[in-house]
Design a protein. Structure first.
Length: 323
């Protein structure tokens, strides 16, 4: 049996105290094992230092709204190496950047022009990946596309999917929620409503399916330290692992932390027969072995796995022996 320990929040107790969480959707762990938690229904991001009983606000925390001191309903974020936090604001149709040197106000860096499908707009953005140059890849969920926003740009370019055209074909996406980019510039999209992961080469007009499985509204995707793809099968209440193999090529791994970095080889393929790491198909629970709508995963440099256990209002940590 896979057993986790609660390291943030209180199981089954939603609240706004600094010891509590309320629908935490996203989790990131830095090289010092500090956690960044997108505390969605509290409209804030908390930073939770390793071993501490309380978190503190590093983004939002001023109620829901559209002012730059606020965030509204948000389901994904990205934290860069300088601990700057990018929040993908689903209901504000924008991305804001909260600098580690100024946690009281965000900077508009994408969208912010209301919901829409033109290049300067986003429509319910979800997953986000930011490369070392500050370019943002945004899973623009309700536009069924991925937008690339360069630093300082006032509009984005579509690099995966077709605007407004949801579907199952190779050139299409349907409600994408997760995104990451590997060291070759290949884009990996968690194509949620199609229950698959698509890999898009730079400049490609269609994606290649690298994972397809029977999943129910998967929200989150992350590579572990070996390049295996780990997916939160959210409404099936479980965490799935798809093993990486690299025919004829040695795997190139990235140093931890592995936030949104897929350490893969150019010939990477993933085993379509998954293993269940945590949880049980169709079984909701709040015990140490069960989950309730898991939405995001992260890994630290010691291979511990962290799960944002959304509807249990907690963060669970699992030792590397299960991986």
């Amino acid at each position: 049996t896979t057993t986790g320990i609660t390291i943030a929040g209180v199981t089954g107790s939603a609240g706004g105290a600094y010891s509590q969480l309320y629908n935490p959707y996203a989790i990131y762990v830095d090289s010092n094992r500090a956690m960044f938690i997108l505390d969605t229904t509290n409209y804030r991001v908390l930073k939770w230092q390793f071993g501490e009983p309380l978190g503190y606000v590093v983004a939002g925390g001023n109620g829901a709204g559209a002012a730059l001191t606020q965030i509204t309903t948000s389901y994904a974020m990205f934290v860069d190496a300088q601990s700057n936090v990018y929040v993908s604001e689903y209901s504000n149709h924008r991305v804001t950047l909260w600098l580690s040197t100024n946690t009281t106000s965000g900077i508009l860096v994408g969208g912010g022009n209301g919901a829409g499908s033109t290049s300067e707009r986003l429509y319910n953005p979800w997953g986000i990946y930011v490369d070392v140059n500050g370019s943002m890849y945004i899973a623009d969920r309700s536009n069924h596309r991925v937008q690339l926003w360069l630093p300082g740009a006032i509009s984005g370019t579509t690099v995966a999917g077709v605007t407004g055209d949801a579907g199952p074909y190779a050139y299409q996406l349907n409600s994408p929620t997760g995104i990451t980019v590997d060291q070759y510039g290949y884009i990996y999209v968690l194509d949620s409503a199609n229950s698959r992961v698509q890999r898009w080469f730079p400049g490609a007009s269609y994606g290649i399916t690298v994972i397809v499985a029977s999943m129910n509204t998967p929200y989150g995707m992350q590579a572990d330290n070996q390049g295996n793809l780990i997916i939160t099968d959210t409404l099936n209440y479980r965490i799935l692992s798809f093993a990486l193999s690299c025919p004829s090529v040695t795997t190139t791994t990235a140093a931890p932390p592995l936030q949104a970095t897929v350490p893969v080889c150019a010939t990477a393929i993933w085993n379509q027969t998954y293993s269940t790491l945590v949880g049980s198909l169709g079984t909701v629970g709040s015990t140490t072995t069960l989950l309730y709508n898991p939405s995001s995963i992260a890994f630290d440099g010691y291979r511990n796995m962290y799960i944002a256990d959304l509807s249990n209002h907690r963060i669970q940590r699992y030792a590397p022996g299960i991986l």
